[in-house]
Design a protein around this ligand. Structure first.
Ligand code: CUA
Length: 434
């Protein structure tokens, strides 16, 4: 009726919407009536000319009392029935439903089909057939919400929960994590792709991508991950120091840590440094710069990265490259500029948050809190006020105007990586951090 909940994608969506509309209409009508009568009485029975207006003493009215007791009771029972009826539908998957296993983790959704096919952040289903999701979490509480299907359910570690829906139309729809689960909660999204039956069958049977990845040499896979996991933001391949040590001749390198102990960059050291980056910091670098990849990277991926590091031995020049499919941020087009900017800021591919805080605390670069419009003193003694032009220049040409007191370590990798539009979104986000 009212269309307040948006597009309807499942066969029970209209029931949910109907219950929602009924409750909304009753609430609005009652509020308007009650407040209207209240205001009307307040005006006509107000104190005038210093005199009270005595009202008649009414002892009771059986007819009225029966009406205002029975009628609301019937309405409440009707509303309860509407809710119960759709609730039963929502919680009872048909026996012939196709089952998909869903695992939530900080901060992505993994899906696995009965034939073993796995996807991340993309749930593909056929139209017109019931789909049952069997869900669990690897770490904390999440919640799987598909607004267009009108269904959501908590996803809990150590327990299985389920939800189901029967799509009534094809298309791409948004899935959200709708329970706060940490830093990147707002980015924990997935895409629901509803395909015609035949197309779905083709998709399900297609394992070419998995074969391609599995057939890849570990060192080649590691080379792709070097870019895909944004290692390249902070670790060079040519020996030049960036935010972190270069990977050139890293394997089995020996040196000193900030605590004076020595280290050997063997398998164990590299794995520990990926999963728990602050455990052992190489002398000359600071702790807290690298985000932990715990839960973001598999053992196989770590091993292939180590295999790649072994190849960076100086015997040949290695250029980074990536051909892995880049995960699309499904919600990006719908979000506001500031939201898109925030997503770019948090995106580990850009690693802004590795050096810029949003709470005013000092990291390797100036905090973004209160940055917009701030007057900054530069290393050369001049002063700039932070406007769009300055921020754009500082992203594309980080060394052009370095704020006094900060090391000139921001990598010049963003020109070509971030478009003018991206930068405008980031500026809108910075403006919200006052
Ligand atoms: Cu997962 Cu919020």
């Amino acid at each position: 009726m009212l269309g307040l909940l948006g597009e309807q994608g499942s066969d029970f969506a209209h029931k949910v919407d109907y219950a929602h509309d009924v409750v909304t209409i009753i609430s609005v009508v009652c509020t308007v009536l009650i407040v209207g009568v209240m205001l009307y009485f307040a005006v006509i029975y107000r104190q005038r000319n210093g005199k009270d207006h005595e009202t008649p003493a009414i002892e009771g009215n059986n007819t009225l009392e029966v009406i205002w007791t029975v009628f609301p009771t019937l309405v409440c029972i009707w509303v309860a029935w509407l809710g119960y009826d759709s609730f039963v539908d929502l919680r009872t998957p048909p026996a012939n439903a196709m089952e998909v296993n869903v695992t939530g983790r900080k901060w992505a959704w993994d899906f696995q089909y009965s034939n073993g096919k796995k996807t991340t952040s993309e749930l593909v289903v056929p139209v017109g057939e019931p789909v049952k999701l069997i869900m669990t979490s690897r770490d904390v509480l999440h919640s799987f919400f598909v607004p267009v299907m009108r269904t959501k359910m908590d996803v809990i570690p150590g327990r299985y929960t389920q939800e189901w829906f029967r799509p009534i139309k094809t298309g791409d729809f948004q899935v959200f994590c709708t329970e706060y689960c940490g830093n990147e909660h707002s980015k924990m999204m997935a895409r629901l792709k509803v395909l015609p039956r035949a197309e779905f069958e083709r998709w399900l049977a297609d394992d070419s991508e998995a074969k391609k990845l599995a057939a890849m040499k570990p060192s080649d896979m590691g080379k792709q991950l070097y870019v895909a996991k944004s290692c390249n933001t902070c670790h060079s391949l040519d020996g030049s120091p960036k935010v972190g040590p270069s990977w050139l001749k890293l394997y089995n390198r020996q040196g000193t840590l900030t605590n004076g102990q020595s280290y050997v960059a063997d398998h164990n050291y590299i794995k520990e440094s990926i999963l728990n980056p602050s455990a052992k910091i190489v002398s000359g670098y600071s702790a807290g710069m690298m985000p932990s990849y715990d839960g973001q990277i598999s053992d196989v991926e770590i091993e292939s990265i180590i295999e790649f590091i072994k190849t960076v031995d100086g015997s040949q020049k290695i250029e980074p490259e990536v051909t892995l499919p880049k995960r699309q941020d499904a919600g990006a087009s719908a979000a506001s500029p500031a939201d898109r900017g925030k997503a770019l800021f948090q995106d580990s591919a850009n690693a802004c948050s590795g050096c810029h805080s949003i709470d005013g605390s000092r990291m390797s670069g100036p905090s973004f809190k209160g940055l917009w419009g701030r007057k900054e003193k530069l290393a050369d003694g001049t002063e700039v006020s932070v406007d769009a032009a300055y921020i754009k220049e500082s992203i594309w040409k980080p060394q052009a105007k370095v704020v006094a007191g900060y090391p000139p370590i921001m990598p010049g990798i963003y020109e070509g990586k971030l478009s003018e539009e991206n930068i405008n979104d980031i500026i809108e986000y910075i403006k919200t951090l006052q």
